[in-house]
Design a protein around this ligand. Structure first.
Ligand SMILES: NC(=O)C1=CN([C@@H]2O[C@H](COP(=O)(O)OP(=O)(O)OC[C@H]3O[C@@H](n4cnc5c(N)ncnc54)[C@H](O)[C@@H]3O)[C@@H](O)[C@H]2O)C=CC1
Ligand SMILES: O=C(O)CCC(=O)C(=O)O
Length: 528
């Protein structure tokens, strides 16, 4: 059997050497195809290897009749429609750490070029202009670097900045004051970081939560003369807000490797003399390109020869017999994880999952991983799946314990998940009801009965006459339709909760209005 591999972005020839050497693979390298041409050809291939340029859209995946694996020679998989790949049973693998060093070095190169205006001075000199007055820079020494996203690349950048004798302040949802102290960086919220920094660099994935994380309001909070670097993903910084902040004089410099649209179409930012830029070159080194191509080549070989991969981004690897028994609970476990991620304040430091009733007699490891996937993907993005969730939990210092009990607790089966964050403990329990599907039956210590899907509002309030009516009226005025409402209380006149399912996600403004009602302590929007 010969497997046909298509490489549609330039990959290092040394990196794909393992594939060229292995028996049973036929490689086609076509790096200049239009999306239409790719769509016409993709049906012939068993594997596709890409970098960030090829857009592996749902339309492409739907035409990929024989495709079994997509290898992304790099970290970010935002150019691949993961949902479509998963739906079509196509495994997606990436190379999560092969380009960390190169991306960190590029970030430092951009930071220094920006601070010392090296590209601008070079450009003037090329034009035979010996100008020493226009390019006076600033030193990094004793300045504060704000790092937003202290993962693999962010941590490497922080270490290098300390080598430049900079002070570093960082925010990452997984960073605790203890971890920050060990790394020799200051710990702060996004607001603390943007207020304190002379230079800012972002290293998060592009997620719903990080899109335009650096927006007009963030620029407003920054110090005058701040300089900012983006070598992560276009869209983390709002380009329009950046343009305005540079023009107003608030931002003195920007160094950009990535853009909201790539290849770039809007060159407005580049017309500003304060901006230095590269065309997404963070990972473009001989070394990184070789490592990431070797990593994905090995995973492709391993997949076709042994059925296993090292760096799966999307698919579960649960044996079929086990899967048949646990499949009904799979979705419930993931939704409990998402529910708690949205409900809790802060990120989980400890997670306890307990299986009761008939679940005590089956292999529940994959359920725990799927719950962790739900919990962690809110912070780490779609890259987390049930295969790598436990790895990510360990990497982020989240302690996970699993226990089983045959006691039925009034339900034939019950999954209870408890998470501990720096702000406290939250708990939710779910069950599968015969004929009715999944239900959340307990939140903290309150009994409830709610289907874990769609948009849910969790409201903690004081049990007073009229509060339910005021919530209904306010949501009605905001045009938010309530589908179901559950109320629970500790004792008459004491603490109480409401769980409302609503027909569409509530705007932040509506949530703020609710929180202004005197009886209401907390409102959380949960999206399942
Ligand atoms: N310019 C280039 O060529 C390259 C860009 N990248 C991009 O760099 C980014 C980071 O890569 P890695 O460090 O390898 O990933 P990573 O997963 O190790 O780190 C990302 C960090 O962001 C944190 N995070 C998530 N949401 C956050 C939020 N709202 N605020 C602050 N932090 C948040 C996560 O907790 C995590 O620690 C990715 O987007 C990746 O695609 C990676 C390699 C090369
Ligand atoms: O393949 C590339 O050069 C882009 C690298 C990148 O952005 C990533 O690995 O996320």
């Amino acid at each position: 059997m010969t497997y046909k591999i298509l490489i549609s972005d330039p990959l290092s020839e040394d990196g794909i050497y393992p594939l060229r050497q292995a028996d049973g693979f036929e490689i086609t390298m076509e790096t200049k195809m239009t999306p239409d041409e790719l769509g016409e050809r993709i049906g012939e291939f068993d594997a596709l290897l890409v970098r960030s340029q090829t857009q592996v859209t749902r339309a492409i995946i739907e035409k990929a009749k024989h495709l079994k694996i997509i290898g992304r020679a790099g970290v970010g998989v935002d150019n691949i429609d993961l949902e479509a790949a998963t739906e079509h049973g196509i495994i997606v693998v990436n190379a999560p750490d092969g380009n960390t060093n190169s991306a960190a070095e590029h970030t430092m190169a951009m930071l220094m070029s920006m601070a010392r205006k090296i590209p601008q001075a070079y450009y003037a000199l090329r034009n035979r202009n010996w100008d020493r007055k226009s390019f006076v820079g600033v030193e990094l020494k004793n300045k504060t670097l704000g790092v937003i996203g202290l993962g693999r690349i962010g941590a490497e950048v922080a270490a290098r900045a300390k080598g430049q004798r900079m002070n570093v302040i960082a925010y990452d949802p997984f960073l605790t004051p203890e971890k920050a102290e060990k790394m020799g960086v200051d710990f702060g919220s996004v607001e603390d970081v943007v207020k304190a920094a002379d230079f800012i660099t972002v290293h998060t994935p592009l997620l719903k939560e990080t899109r335009h994380l650096i927006n007009a309001e963030a620029f407003r909070l920054m110090k005058p003369g701040v300089q900012i670097v983006n070598c992560a993903r276009g869209g983390i910084i709002d380009e329009n807000a950046l343009f305005d902040a540079i023009q107003s004089g608030k931002v003195a410099g920007a160094a950009l490797d990535v853009f909201e649209q790539e290849p770039m179409v809007d060159f407005r930012l580049l017309d500003l003399p304060q901006v230095v830029a590269t065309p997404h070159l963070g990972a473009s080194t001989v070394e990184a390109q070789e490592i990431v191509a070797v990593d994905v080549s090995n995973d492709v070989i391993s997949y076709f020869t042994t059925g296993t991969v090292r760096n799966s981004v999307n698919l579960p690897s649960v044996p079929k017999e086990v899967m048949a028994k646990i499949e009904p609970y799979f979705d419930l476990a993931e939704r409990l994880g998402i529910f708690l991620a949205d409900l809790a304040d802060g990120t989980a430091e400890e997670v306890n999952i307990q299986y009761a009733g008939e679940l005590a007699n089956i292999e529940v490891g994959p359920l725990t991983r799927n719950m962790l996937k739900g919990l962690l993907k809110r912070y780490l993005g779609e890259i987390v799946n049930d295969v790598n969730a436990a790895y990510f939990a360990e990497l982020k210092g989240v302690t996970v314990t699993e226990s089983k009990s045959t006691a039925t607790k009034g339900f034939t089966n019950l999954i209870t998940v408890e998470i501990k964050t720096a702000k406290g403990v939250r708990k939710a329990a779910g069950t599968l009801l015969n004929g009715q599907g999944a239900r959340i039956v307990k939140v903290d210590d309150y009994l409830v009965d709610v289907a874990p899907k769609g948009n849910i509002l969790f409201i903690r309030h004081n049990d007073r006459p009229g509060v339910i009516g005021r919530v209904g009226t306010l949501l009605g005025e905001e045009n938010v339709n309530i589908a179901t409402m559950q109320v629970g209380r500790s004792n008459a006149g004491g603490d109480a909760i409401m769980l409302l399912t609503i027909d569409k996600a509530a705007e932040q403004g509506s949530l703020d209005q609710l929180e202004k009602l005197t009886e209401i302590e907390k409102v959380k929007a949960i999206s399942l």
